[in-house]
Design a protein. Structure first.
Length: 288
């Protein structure tokens, strides 16, 4: 009986390992936001405030879902206030120090080398694309990223993370021609953002107050399969302001243009695991 119990215990543990392994992630997570949180934050008492806190929490939600094995946050081209915000978001996050992550900035002049074969993109874990120059000093406009849109999409598909804010998004409409990105212009819209159920599930720990740190400037329509993480009212309309995915899902080939479905164990694996645990419990009771 004891020998049989040991054998069954080993089988049950193996089953749990297989089930867990079957839900391993392939693609990386991404947040595509119509906000310009880098222009609406600060540091007080050694802690990020408002928009910069949202940026910090975004990085902390992305990092655990990055599956390409790299722990480098790469700021793409930002200078001035945009760079200050991005660095503060990282330096005061759980990624820095004991988290084992490092941060670097790639200037726009070096984009061709960075995104080229053998460039630094292959060593990055998360890309940060801060707000455009219209919204924040030192930001980079979305048109600058257009030549590298496919490389960015492939990076996410290979397990890298992406955090992008309101930069006009010329690059993403290059990838998804049907997607419409509307720029509010001027001072933006100051209505509060609300996480959708998908947003809550994809990035636990983020709250509506984290998102609503200042005016938002872009919203998205004709989103197709892109998951909607947060919305906000504009007059009588409800706008899609933040899109994204936690990545993974156990489906190879996912990317921004082909977001992964939620990671849900197959019914057969759930049944297999359940039967193993039930059988193990029965044998334990009989052997007692």
């Amino acid at each position: 009986m004891k020998k049989m119990l040991r054998t069954l215990s080993a089988w049950a543990l193996t089953t749990m390992f297989v089930v867990g392994s079957g839900t391993a992630a392939f693609a990386g997570p991404f947040i595509i936001s119509g906000t310009d949180s880098d222009d609406h934050g600060s540091v007080s008492g050694g802690a990020n405030q408002n928009g910069w806190l949202f940026m910090q929490k975004a990085l902390e939600n992305l990092a655990p879902n990055v599956t390409n094995g790299n722990k480098v946050v790469t700021i793409l081209g930002s200078t001035g206030r945009a760079s200050t915000a991005a660095n503060s978001a990282f330096n005061l996050s759980s990624l820095a120090g004991a988290g084992g992550w490092t941060i670097q900035t790639v200037s726009t002049a070096n984009f061709a080398t960075f995104f080229g074969v053998g460039g630094g993109l292959a060593n990055s874990g998360i890309l940060m694309m801060d707000s455009g120059s219209v919204n924040v000093g030192g930001g980079v406009d979305g048109s600058v990223f257009v030549p590298y849109a496919t490389a960015i999409n492939n990076f996410v598909g290979a397990g890298g993370g992406l955090f992008s804010q309101g930069n006009g998004y010329d690059w993403i409409t290059t990838l998804i021609p049907g997607l419409t990105v509307t720029d509010i212009g001027g001072g933006g819209v100051s209505t509060a953002l609300s996480l959708t159920p998908t947003g809550n599930a994809a990035f636990p720990g983020l709250t509506n107050s984290d998102l609503s740190t200042g005016p938002w400037h872009n919203y998205f329509t004709n989103t197709g399969s892109l998951p909607i993480l947060a919305t906000a009212p504009q007059g009588t309309a409800i706008r899609n302001v933040i899109l994204g995915s936690s990545g993974g899902g156990g489906t190879p080939g996912c990317s921004i243009t082909n977001p992964c479905p939620p990671s849900v164990p197959e019914p057969s694996t759930i049944l297999l695991l359940g039967s193993g645990l039930v059988a193990l419990g029965v044998f334990r009771r009989k052997s007692a």
